[in-house]
Ligand binder design. Structure first.
Ligand code: ADE
Length: 241
């Protein structure tokens, strides 16, 4: 496949609907994307198949037990290769944005470690992890949903995964701006009309209107996005109006 993900998770069944449905389901079925799961529980040897362990220094909560975790990472590397890039999903990681997604899309084989409980031993991060990534400033009960968020965002950039070729490049955030509003039938919905320009057939006018909407929304809703942005001459001109 174009893109391989090895996912280390105590709950591999969570990934079944993700890999079977919709755009991602089609990408997997057509062989453009491949997702293999590696469960630390399969690398236990005691009768209770223990995967958690107590934190040094005490306190509430448990950590993932080191040996089943590192054995699962090793098993993933055997499939993806020793050069696979290893990412640990955690709220302490670098916040994921579309630029980060584009960088990850350039890597063929990526191993995602999904934490559970209070997380994993810091030394496993130091010795096994290349990048620690967060999907936002909130705490989830495990890294599985963040792993799916990352894979979904990356997979959409794999050539051929999105039906319409332009969809990935015309997306919100590809130019660093929020998306423009969209309209479909009927022309009048509960008294609300579709903007006239979209019915005009003037494609240059429509392009300018959409750009104006994107700039206006970004300015109103996410002015922070405009700070680090290199606006085109046209975008600057439209913003000054
Ligand atoms: N695990 C728990 N919360 C997370 C978050 N916000 N981002 C990435 N991994 C997480």
């Amino acid at each position: 496949p174009e893109k391989w993900f090895g996912v280390v998770s105590l709950f591999p069944d969570m990934f079944a609907p993700f890999t079977q449905q919709g755009v991602i389901g089609r990408a997997v079925k057509s062989g453009k994307l491949s997702v293999d799961t590696f469960n630390p529980r399969d690398f236990t040897h005691d009768r209770h198949r223990t995967v958690d362990d107590r934190p040094y220094g005490g306190g509430p909560g448990m950590l993932m037990m080191v040996k089943p975790l590192t054995d699962a990472i090793q098993a993933a590397k055997k499939v993806g290769g020793e050069n696979s890039s290893v990412i640990y999903l955690s709220p302490q990681g670098k916040p994921l944005d579309q630029a980060g997604v584009q960088r990850l899309a350039g890597i063929d084989r990526t191993i995602l470690i999904c934490g559970r409980y209070e997380g994993i031993d810091e030394r496993v991060i130091e010795s096994h992890v290349d990048d620690e990534v967060s999907i936002g400033d909130y705490v989830l009960s495990g890294g599985e949903l963040p792993a799916m968020v990352l894979m979904d965002a990356v997979a959409r950039l794999v050539p051929g995964v999105l039906g319409h070729k332009a969809s990935a490049v015309e997306d919100s955030f590809t130019d660093g701006l929020l998306d423009c509003p969209h309209y479909t039938r009927p022309e009048v919905l509960d008294g609300q009309s579709v903007p006239d320009v979209l019915l005009s057939g003037d494609h240059e006018k429509i392009r300018q209107w959409r750009l104006m909407q994107s700039l206006g929304r970004t300015l109103l809703r996410r002015p922070d996005l405009l700070n680090h942005l290199a606006l085109t001459e046209e975008q600057q001109r439209l913003l000054e109006i």
